[in-house]
Design a protein around this ligand. Structure first.
Ligand code: MGP
Length: 234
């Protein structure tokens, strides 16, 4: 998928920008030091293009935090959310991939786990002031099948792929007995056409998802719990 390729290529190749550090000149021949034997360098160590080049990180537009709610701690919690922990905050493409490549993907998480990626300083809770008037789109997948959709969702978030990116709070993958759910949280649930529908449609396209997905207002979930109904479907 395009998003993944774009971000991966940023992190590993730099094809179009071979000199990421503007302070380091690359193609200029270095003057030989006094006494240096020119032209007899070992190729494996002499790469003049690498010498002295400090790779610059590729900053993301926003910093993001991964949060985890461990199922065994969660089952003992007295207050919802008290076992949820922010685990890492990242701010560059490189930091994202080094974390992503070293954490369990949803298919390897225990049943009951929730793994969140939210904009820095937004807590993945209805109570957070930025989320309070929001809601969520949810995609449901069979158990063990959400890894790719989760990765594409993360890449779409951190790569600012959504037209109404400011509306996004973050996403959560929830591993349950028979299914895995990915929810995309947004800020202003009531703003139907311009924002929520656009975000839901774009997300479905990015995931190549043909199922109908629904949008629940957090306010409804708070009042009605499991009886909350989708306000929008696409
Ligand atoms: P859930 O985990 O979002 O739904 O909420 P799920 O996955 O369908 O249900 P599960 O039982 O399989 O986990 C489950 C319940 O957790 C809700 O009904 C609420 O009681 C509580 N809860 C969930 N969220 C996201 C919040 C929240 O943000 N704040 C508070 N106070 N409670 C929440």
């Amino acid at each position: 998928m395009g998003v993944e390729e774009n971000l991966k290529s940023l992190s590993i190749s730099e094809e179009g920008n071979k000199n990421p550090n503007p302070n380091v000149k690359e193609d200029e021949e270095e003057e030989p030091e006094e006494g240096e034997i020119v032209g007899e360098e070992d190729d494996s160590t002499s790469s003049s293009s690498k010498k002295g080049v400090v790779e610059q990180p590729h900053p993301l537009e926003h910093s993001w935090t991964f949060w985890f709610d461990n199922p065994s701690a969660k089952s003992k919690q007295a207050i919802w959310g008290s076992s949820m922990r922010p685990i890492y905050t990242f701010a560059s493409v490189e930091q994202f991939w080094s974390l992503y490549n070293n954490i369990h993907h949803p298919s390897k998480l225990a049943v009951g786990a929730d793994f969140h990626c939210f904009k820095y300083k937004i807590e993945p809770k209805w109570e957070d002031p930025v989320c309070a008037n929001g809601g969520k789109w949810t995609v449901t997948l069979p158990r063990g099948k959400s890894d790719t959709c989760w990765l594409y969702t993360l890449l779409a978030l951190i790569g600012e792929q959504f037209e109404y990116g400011d509306e996004i709070c973050g996403a959560v993958v929830s591993v349950r007995g028979r299914q895995e759910k990915i929810a995309l949280w947004t800020k202003n649930a009531a703003n139907e056409t311009a924002q929520q529908i656009s975000i839901g449609k774009q997300w479905k396209e990015l995931l190549d998802c043909n199922d109908t997905i629904g949008f629940i207002f957090h306010e409804d979930a708070k009042k009605l719990d499991k009886a909350a109904k989708n306000r929008y479907t696409i």
